[in-house]
Design a protein around this ligand. Structure first.
Ligand code: CU
Length: 373
């Protein structure tokens, strides 16, 4: 524990410079079963940047790599998972399969941290992508997501809004109705224009029963949709809320500020960011079909990382909850020694929570360009 805290302190000290010239001290880092013995050293640490801060060419190199992954064959059983039509969709399908175990519970932050890492490495190994793994600073774009490169619909964006299709206010729960955004229909601009998102919508209320609807993995001819919503981003993902999360006193307060209370008007910045994009992103289960899911979740990881740096005394604390969403079905309280739910075929060997706590320990070797302080 002390070791990881020290590395956080060291890490925060060097964050002021985006060019990494030194790295956190790493004494006695455990050898990692299944990885290349890779100790995270100064020459190896990678830095993640805001998508909007990248050059147009860097942004396009990233979306080209995502499209490359979408052109690779699936490794899943096509009978069991017809929606897994390519390797990109394998991630989305595995995410659906694990949704009940890795959301609204104590695995949420670390499971997603490693899921992102697997995806980042696949972009590199399979598609030769060597650029930075970008996050989407949704607090910086909260005033109006359209107004920033990430959603401007150009070839250098993550694609734009959906076509305008006003179906009226959107009920997100018994007590939560949000106004319609500026889209609602298919995404027709940018790198991911006219894509098919074959997994049908799964309502978040399925988390209350812990079951998936019949045909959850069927192939459907459904377009990728968005409904960008500045009301939601201004209300739920603004700078003050993101800063409050990174200064939460403990892990359970952090979890509340991230995820709110499902079905209530307390959204949290994670759910808020999802609903500010709309379309498939309104489903916790199938949202990873939208490529912007990855920069969004990388921002959530940056909030987690910033919280760890800002609160070194509780950096490896878990939120005290169990290993199932809303404890459905009931499961034991998760500890640092608990074994993570798997990542499908991407996982080589069982991984414990404590191995995924530090971004410079276990399998990881990365940092962000800046701490949210
Ligand atoms: Cu998720």
């Amino acid at each position: 524990m002390l070791r990881s805290l020290l590395s956080f302190v060291a890490l925060s000290a060097l964050i002021s410079s985006p060019l990494v010239t030194a790295a956190p001290a790493r004494h006695g880092v455990r050898d990692w079963n299944g990885w290349d013995g890779g100790y995270c050293t100064p020459d190896k640490i990678k830095t993640r940047y805001d998508f909007n801060s990248l050059s147009p060419e860097q942004r396009k190199a990233y979306t080209d790599a995502v499209k490359c992954l979408q052109s690779q064959p699936s490794n899943l059983d096509p009978v069991q998972y017809p929606a897994a039509v390519n390797k990109y969709m394998d991630y989305a399908v595995i995410h659906v399969n694990r949704t009940q175990y890795v959301h609204l519970d104590a695995f949420f932050l670390t499971w997603h941290r490693y899921f992102l890492w697997l995806y980042e490495n696949d972009l590199k190994e399979t598609c030769g992508y060597c650029g930075p793994f970008p996050y989407w600073d949704f607090a910086l774009t909260a005033s109006d997501p359209h107004a920033f490169p990430i959603f401007d619909g150009s070839e250098y964006s993550m694609s734009g809004d959906g076509l305008y299709n006003n179906t009226g206010p959107i009920a997100l729960g018994p007590t939560l109705v949000i106004p319609h955004g500026t889209g609602g229909g298919c995404v027709t601009t940018g790198p991911f224009a006219n894509q098919i998102a074959p997994l049908k919508f799964i309502d978040p209320s399925n988390l209350l029963t812990g079951s998936l609807p019949p045909g959850a993995f069927d192939y459907n001819d459904i377009c990728l949709m968005r409904d960008l919503n500045a009301y939601v981003s201004q209300t739920y993902t603004n700078q003050a809320q993101v800063i409050a999360a990174t200064h939460a006193n403990n892990a359970s307060t952090l979890e509340f500020l991230l995820n709110g209370v499902i079905g209530s008007s307390s959204l949290g910045i994670h759910s808020g960011a999802h609903f500010s994009v709309g379309g498939q992103m309104n489903s916790i289960h199938v949202s990873a079909q939208d490529p912007v899911w990855y920069p969004l979740h990388t921002m959530i990881d940056r909030v987690y990382w910033s919280w760890q740096i800002n609160n070194p005394e509780v950096a490896d604390q878990l939120d005290g909850s169990t290993g199932t969403a809303l404890n459905t079905p009931p499961s034991p309280v998760v500890t640092l020694d608990s074994v993570e739910p798997d990542w499908g075929y991407f996982q080589l060997s069982p991984i414990q929570v404590k191995d995924l706590i530090s971004t410079t320990g276990g399998p990881f070797c990365y940092q962000y360009d800046s701490v949210i302080a």
